[in-house]
Design a protein around this ligand. Structure first.
Ligand code: NAD
Length: 459
């Protein structure tokens, strides 16, 4: 798409936003309902697009993409009246009598940039929050999951007025052009490297930005953990989508005394979940480059489980590695694939030292039965969010804001947090026109100063 076309789309959205139509709650609800209906009507088209991009099963596509969006839309419809209502706050002595309230307002025209690993959810979940908050949006899905990007463009662009919602397809070139346009907010999901480019572009415009980034998310399995539960949750969380999940456990810190038992249990769950090359329900690696990158990372350490690959289908079997050190290639980047290194770790303190050596992770999973160690780790380590004796599932509770911290992200969304992310909160003080105590007006004197000191609690 030409730069003049992109400019025309964004300008038409700016004009439409200025009509205040998108601020009407009925408009927002009607369009959220319409989006849900379109997703349901296009269910097969979306399965087929994701199938072509990843070979992902209908079940996994429904659970990790379409089902999540359906729940997000229902949640927004159910709560919109209360999220969008003015919030009254109490007044203070210095302003007596007055009323104070906070008035949410949409930001305007927003740019949503998606990643490829859950290409429907990562483009549309922010869009749902953006629509609920009363904004216009341009959505730019990842060009890497090209079939899904085309399906989204087809569904949105043939059913919504582009001056309200529009999907723009493309890669670096198109996104670079989009970043120059007249937007009021950037919402980005992707790598930390590109996140910095988006942040710089937002700084030039002084517009708010949300960055949903990645990183190396640890799973910590302490000596007193329920080993069976830890192995089951880690196998599921890691090999779901063949490890191409931003909050997948990237590596495991494990107490040496339970390592052998843990590996046996990992083997057991990999087999019983039928994660293998021949299973059509086990997801492929997105493209040849990532497949080759992951094959390279498999050279770190010793393969305990898996290690099989099929270049034709781009499938890599669930692979568990030991004898891995912090300096090996596999520990130098986010793995983003079905390779799971195990690293020895003797205590909660060791785990804290190891994790704090790197940037703050997007997720952290802790397996322990000790509340002392749990409290210490949750208190001392900074990370986006996570689970205790669980993996991944914190993302599915819309009451838990989802986002990273430091290099793993900035800001959060899901549920009301998403509404807040796409809103500005105007603070208003309303005064009755009554005779006033003239203490705030000049000329000032000692008596007025004494009153102000008393009101300010200066004692
Ligand atoms: P990416 O950063 O390569 O691409 C993301 C988006 O940015 C794409 O739409 C792409 O077209 C665009 N882009 C790429 N290069 C650009 C450039 N130079 N200028 C402007 N735009 C550019 O990320 P990816 O490979 O699609 O996704 C993988 C990463 O995303 C991983 O790090 C993963 O952890 C992270 N991720 C985070 C979340 C989250 O919710 N926090 C979710 C999914 C993925």
């Amino acid at each position: 798409m030409k730069s003049s076309d992109l400019e025309q789309i964004v300008n038409s959205q700016q004009l439409f936003f200025k009509t205040h139509e998108t601020k009407k709650l009925n408009f927002r609800k009607k369009n959220l309902e319409k989006l849900k209906k379109l997703l349901i009507e296009n269910e097969d088209l979306l399965y087929s697009a994701i199938g072509k991009d990843f070979g992902k099963s209908k079940y996994e596509t429904f659970v990790t993409e379409l089902g999540v969006l359906s729940m997000d839309i229902d949640d927004a419809l159910k709560n919109l009246d209360s999220w969008a209502a003015d919030k009254k706050v109490s007044s203070n002595l210095i302003n007596f009598p007055s009323t104070g309230y906070i008035k949410p307002e949409p930001l305007g025209v927003c740019l949503i940039i998606g990643a490829w690993n859950y290409p429907i959810q990562l483009s549309l979940a922010p869009l749902i929050a953006c629509m609920a908050a009363g904004n216009c949006a341009v959505v730019k899905p990842s060009e890497i999951s090209s079939n899904t990007s085309a399906a989204l463009a087809n569904i949105i662009n043939s059913n919504f007025d582009p001056s309200y919602l529009c999907v723009v397809e493309g890669g670096v070139e198109e996104t670079t052009e989009l970043l120059k346009q007249d937007f009021n907010k950037f919402f980005f999901t992707g790598s930390t490297r590109v996140g910095k480019i988006i942040y710089r572009a937002a700084a030039e415009k002084l517009i708010p930005v949300t960055l949903e980034l990645g990183g190396k998310s640890p799973a910590i399995v302490l000596k007193d953990a329920d080993v069976d539960n830890a192995a089951k949750k880690i196998v599921w969380g890691k090999f779901l989508n063949a490890g191409q999940t931003c909050i997948a456990p990237d590596y495991v810190l494990i107490h040496p005394s339970i390592k052998e038992q843990f590996i046996d249990k990992l083997k057991y769950y990999v087999e019983s979940f039928e994660y293998d090359l021949a299973n059509d329900n086990y997801v492929s690696i997105i493209n040849k480059d990532h497949f080759e990158r992951l094959k390279g990372l498999m050279k770190s350490g010793k393969i305990e489980i898996g290690g099989k690959t099929n270049p034709e289908t781009r499938v890599i079997s669930p692979t568990v590695l030991t004898d891995v050190s912090a300096t090996d290639a596999i520990m130098q980047e986010e793995i983003f694939g079905p390779l799971l290194p195990l690293i020895d770790c003797n205590s909660a303190d060791d785990a804290i030292d190891f994790v704090s050596e790197s940037e703050k992770p997007l997720a952290l999973y802790l397996f322990t039965s000790s509340s002392g160690d749990k409290n210490k780790i949750l208190h001392e380590l900074s990370f986006g969010g996570g689970g205790v004796n669980e993996t991944i599932m914190h993302i599915t509770n819309s009451k838990l804001p989802f986002g990273g911290v430091g290099h793993s992200g900035l800001g959060s969304y899901h549920g009301q947090a998403g509404f807040r992310t796409f809103s500005h909160y105007k603070s208003i003080m309303e005064k009755p026109v009554l005779p006033e105590v003239p203490v705030k007006y000049p000329p000032y004197n000692q008596r007025k100063l004494n009153v102000m000191k008393w009101v300010s609690g200066w004692k």
